[in-house]
Design a binder for this molecule. Sequence first.
Ligand code: SF4
Length: 230
Amino acid sequence: MIIQGFQKVTLLDYPGEVASTLFTYGCNMRCPFCHNPELVTGSMGSETAFGPEEIYAYLEKRKNLLGGVCITGGEPLIHDDLDVMIAKIQELGLKVKLDTNGILHEKLKKLKPDYIAMDIKTSPRKYPDLGFTGKSNAGELAAESASWIIASGIDHEFRTTVVPELVTADDIREIVRLIKGAKRYFLAQFRNTKLLSVEWEKKLPYKKKDLDAMRKIALGAGLECAVRGV
Ligand code: SF4
Protein backbone atom coordinates (compact mmCIF):
# COMPACT_ATOMS: atom_id res chain seq x y z
CA MET A 1 0.00 0.00 0.00
CA ILE A 2 1.22 3.51 -0.78
CA ILE A 3 0.56 6.04 1.97
CA GLN A 4 0.67 9.33 0.12
CA GLY A 5 0.10 11.56 3.12
CA PHE A 6 0.53 11.22 6.87
CA GLN A 7 -0.87 13.64 9.44
CA LYS A 8 0.75 12.69 12.71
CA VAL A 9 -1.78 14.27 15.06
CA THR A 10 -5.37 15.36 14.51
CA LEU A 11 -8.21 16.14 16.88
CA LEU A 12 -10.72 16.45 14.07
CA ASP A 13 -10.70 13.24 12.05
CA TYR A 14 -11.64 10.57 14.64
CA PRO A 15 -14.64 11.47 16.84
CA GLY A 16 -13.52 11.64 20.47
CA GLU A 17 -9.94 10.46 19.82
CA VAL A 18 -6.51 11.97 19.38
CA ALA A 19 -5.52 10.33 16.12
CA SER A 20 -3.12 10.11 13.22
CA THR A 21 -4.47 10.15 9.66
CA LEU A 22 -3.11 8.14 6.74
CA PHE A 23 -3.98 9.21 3.19
CA THR A 24 -3.83 6.29 0.77
CA TYR A 25 -3.06 6.79 -2.89
CA GLY A 26 -5.60 6.24 -5.67
CA CYS A 27 -9.37 6.03 -6.01
CA ASN A 28 -11.92 4.02 -7.98
CA MET A 29 -14.03 7.14 -8.55
CA ARG A 30 -13.47 10.49 -10.23
CA CYS A 31 -15.93 12.76 -8.44
CA PRO A 32 -15.75 16.13 -10.22
CA PHE A 33 -16.03 17.87 -6.81
CA CYS A 34 -13.15 15.89 -5.25
CA HIS A 35 -10.93 17.99 -2.99
CA ASN A 36 -8.02 15.56 -3.10
CA PRO A 37 -7.22 15.46 -6.83
CA GLU A 38 -3.53 14.85 -6.09
CA LEU A 39 -4.44 11.62 -4.29
CA VAL A 40 -6.71 10.54 -7.13
CA THR A 41 -4.43 11.39 -10.03
CA GLY A 42 -1.09 10.68 -8.34
CA SER A 43 0.30 14.15 -8.99
CA MET A 44 1.87 14.37 -5.51
CA GLY A 45 4.91 12.35 -6.55
CA SER A 46 6.62 9.42 -4.87
CA GLU A 47 8.91 11.60 -2.75
CA THR A 48 5.97 12.34 -0.46
CA ALA A 49 5.04 8.66 0.00
CA PHE A 50 5.45 6.62 3.19
CA GLY A 51 5.85 2.86 3.48
CA PRO A 52 3.75 0.90 6.00
CA GLU A 53 6.82 0.00 8.12
CA GLU A 54 7.65 3.68 8.59
CA ILE A 55 4.07 4.29 9.73
CA TYR A 56 4.03 1.32 12.15
CA ALA A 57 7.35 2.47 13.70
CA TYR A 58 5.89 5.93 14.37
CA LEU A 59 2.65 4.52 15.78
CA GLU A 60 4.54 2.08 18.02
CA LYS A 61 6.45 5.03 19.55
CA ARG A 62 3.33 7.19 19.99
CA LYS A 63 0.70 4.57 20.80
CA ASN A 64 0.32 5.78 24.39
CA LEU A 65 -0.48 9.30 23.20
CA LEU A 66 -2.87 8.32 20.43
CA GLY A 67 -6.33 6.76 20.60
CA GLY A 68 -6.83 5.92 16.98
CA VAL A 69 -5.77 6.05 13.37
CA CYS A 70 -7.91 7.27 10.45
CA ILE A 71 -7.32 5.63 7.10
CA THR A 72 -8.64 7.82 4.33
CA GLY A 73 -7.94 8.47 0.66
CA GLY A 74 -8.45 8.41 -2.18
CA GLU A 75 -10.27 5.16 -1.55
CA PRO A 76 -8.46 2.88 0.93
CA LEU A 77 -10.42 -0.21 -0.18
CA ILE A 78 -8.64 -0.39 -3.53
CA HIS A 79 -5.56 -1.66 -1.65
CA ASP A 80 -5.50 -5.42 -1.13
CA ASP A 81 -3.35 -5.21 2.03
CA LEU A 82 -5.76 -2.88 3.85
CA ASP A 83 -6.93 -5.73 6.12
CA VAL A 84 -3.33 -6.36 7.19
CA MET A 85 -2.81 -2.69 7.97
CA ILE A 86 -6.02 -2.46 10.02
CA ALA A 87 -5.06 -5.57 12.02
CA LYS A 88 -1.51 -4.33 12.68
CA ILE A 89 -2.72 -0.96 13.93
CA GLN A 90 -5.28 -2.64 16.18
CA GLU A 91 -2.54 -4.94 17.54
CA LEU A 92 -0.82 -1.77 18.77
CA GLY A 93 -3.93 -1.06 20.86
CA LEU A 94 -5.18 1.71 18.57
CA LYS A 95 -8.65 1.99 17.09
CA VAL A 96 -9.08 2.31 13.32
CA LYS A 97 -11.50 4.59 11.53
CA LEU A 98 -11.98 3.81 7.85
CA ASP A 99 -13.22 6.40 5.33
CA THR A 100 -14.77 4.88 2.22
CA ASN A 101 -17.09 5.52 -0.71
CA GLY A 102 -18.55 2.05 -0.10
CA ILE A 103 -18.48 0.88 -3.71
CA LEU A 104 -16.19 -2.09 -3.10
CA HIS A 105 -18.94 -3.70 -1.08
CA GLU A 106 -17.56 -7.27 -0.99
CA LYS A 107 -14.18 -6.08 0.29
CA LEU A 108 -15.75 -3.82 2.90
CA LYS A 109 -17.74 -6.71 4.38
CA LYS A 110 -14.51 -8.59 5.17
CA LEU A 111 -12.93 -5.76 7.20
CA LYS A 112 -13.15 -5.08 10.91
CA PRO A 113 -12.39 -1.40 11.58
CA ASP A 114 -13.70 0.20 14.77
CA TYR A 115 -15.47 3.05 12.94
CA ILE A 116 -16.61 3.56 9.35
CA ALA A 117 -17.31 6.93 7.76
CA MET A 118 -19.01 6.39 4.42
CA ASP A 119 -19.64 9.05 1.80
CA ILE A 120 -22.97 8.86 0.03
CA LYS A 121 -22.49 11.02 -3.05
CA THR A 122 -26.13 11.32 -4.07
CA SER A 123 -29.13 9.04 -4.55
CA PRO A 124 -28.07 5.70 -6.10
CA ARG A 125 -29.78 6.37 -9.45
CA LYS A 126 -27.59 9.48 -9.97
CA TYR A 127 -24.20 7.81 -9.40
CA PRO A 128 -23.74 7.44 -13.18
CA ASP A 129 -23.59 11.29 -13.28
CA LEU A 130 -20.23 11.00 -11.50
CA GLY A 131 -17.01 9.72 -12.99
CA PHE A 132 -15.84 6.13 -12.48
CA THR A 133 -13.02 3.90 -13.34
CA GLY A 134 -15.06 0.85 -12.47
CA LYS A 135 -18.57 -0.32 -11.84
CA SER A 136 -21.74 0.84 -13.60
CA ASN A 137 -23.89 -0.28 -10.62
CA ALA A 138 -21.92 1.84 -8.14
CA GLY A 139 -25.03 3.45 -6.65
CA GLU A 140 -26.56 0.06 -5.84
CA LEU A 141 -23.27 -1.16 -4.35
CA ALA A 142 -23.02 1.96 -2.19
CA ALA A 143 -26.60 1.36 -1.00
CA GLU A 144 -25.73 -2.24 -0.10
CA SER A 145 -22.70 -1.06 1.85
CA ALA A 146 -24.79 1.47 3.75
CA SER A 147 -27.27 -1.23 4.81
CA TRP A 148 -24.44 -3.56 5.78
CA ILE A 149 -22.70 -0.89 7.89
CA ILE A 150 -25.89 -0.08 9.80
CA ALA A 151 -26.52 -3.76 10.54
CA SER A 152 -22.87 -4.57 11.32
CA GLY A 153 -22.71 -3.11 14.84
CA ILE A 154 -19.59 -1.13 13.83
CA ASP A 155 -19.73 2.50 14.98
CA HIS A 156 -20.30 4.70 11.94
CA GLU A 157 -21.35 7.88 10.25
CA PHE A 158 -22.57 8.78 6.77
CA ARG A 159 -21.93 12.05 5.03
CA THR A 160 -22.96 13.80 1.85
CA THR A 161 -21.30 16.79 0.25
CA VAL A 162 -24.26 18.81 -0.94
CA VAL A 163 -23.24 19.77 -4.45
CA PRO A 164 -25.94 21.83 -6.23
CA GLU A 165 -27.85 19.81 -8.87
CA LEU A 166 -26.05 16.60 -7.94
CA VAL A 167 -27.73 16.64 -4.50
CA THR A 168 -31.24 18.09 -4.24
CA ALA A 169 -33.81 17.92 -1.46
CA ASP A 170 -35.35 14.91 -3.25
CA ASP A 171 -31.96 13.17 -3.22
CA ILE A 172 -31.67 13.81 0.51
CA ARG A 173 -35.12 12.24 0.98
CA GLU A 174 -33.92 9.17 -0.89
CA ILE A 175 -30.63 9.00 1.02
CA VAL A 176 -32.25 9.24 4.44
CA ARG A 177 -34.59 6.38 3.50
CA LEU A 178 -31.49 4.40 2.55
CA ILE A 179 -29.70 5.00 5.85
CA LYS A 180 -32.68 4.55 8.17
CA GLY A 181 -31.32 3.51 11.57
CA ALA A 182 -27.87 5.06 11.02
CA LYS A 183 -26.10 6.54 14.03
CA ARG A 184 -25.06 9.85 12.48
CA TYR A 185 -25.48 11.73 9.22
CA PHE A 186 -23.53 14.82 8.19
CA LEU A 187 -24.26 17.24 5.38
CA ALA A 188 -21.06 18.93 4.22
CA GLN A 189 -21.12 22.26 2.46
CA PHE A 190 -19.72 22.19 -1.09
CA ARG A 191 -16.60 24.33 -1.57
CA ASN A 192 -15.89 25.28 -5.17
CA THR A 193 -12.09 25.59 -5.01
CA LYS A 194 -9.28 23.19 -5.95
CA LEU A 195 -11.57 20.56 -7.42
CA LEU A 196 -10.78 17.62 -9.67
CA SER A 197 -12.95 19.26 -12.35
CA VAL A 198 -12.22 22.93 -12.99
CA GLU A 199 -15.62 23.12 -14.71
CA TRP A 200 -17.38 22.27 -11.43
CA GLU A 201 -15.65 25.20 -9.72
CA LYS A 202 -18.23 27.39 -11.50
CA LYS A 203 -21.02 25.91 -9.35
CA LEU A 204 -22.14 28.09 -6.47
CA PRO A 205 -22.69 26.42 -3.08
CA TYR A 206 -26.16 26.21 -1.61
CA LYS A 207 -27.17 28.89 0.86
CA LYS A 208 -27.28 28.06 4.57
CA LYS A 209 -31.09 28.05 4.54
CA ASP A 210 -31.04 25.34 1.85
CA LEU A 211 -28.73 23.20 3.98
CA ASP A 212 -30.89 23.78 7.04
CA ALA A 213 -33.93 22.63 5.05
CA MET A 214 -32.08 19.44 4.02
CA ARG A 215 -31.06 18.84 7.62
CA LYS A 216 -34.72 19.12 8.63
CA ILE A 217 -35.55 16.35 6.15
CA ALA A 218 -32.97 14.11 7.86
CA LEU A 219 -34.15 15.05 11.35
CA GLY A 220 -37.73 14.37 10.28
CA ALA A 221 -36.64 10.87 9.27
CA GLY A 222 -35.34 10.29 12.80
CA LEU A 223 -31.63 10.69 12.03
CA GLU A 224 -29.08 12.55 14.12
CA CYS A 225 -27.87 15.08 11.56
CA ALA A 226 -25.53 18.08 11.54
CA VAL A 227 -24.27 20.46 8.87
CA ARG A 228 -20.53 20.91 8.43
CA GLY A 229 -18.63 23.72 6.77
CA VAL A 230 -21.07 26.65 6.97
S1 SF4 B 1 -14.45 9.01 -3.82
FE1 SF4 B 1 -13.49 10.62 -2.58
S2 SF4 B 1 -11.30 10.57 -3.09
FE2 SF4 B 1 -12.39 9.42 -4.68
S3 SF4 B 1 -12.73 10.91 -6.32
FE3 SF4 B 1 -14.57 10.90 -5.01
S4 SF4 B 1 -14.24 12.53 -3.50
FE4 SF4 B 1 -12.23 12.06 -4.44
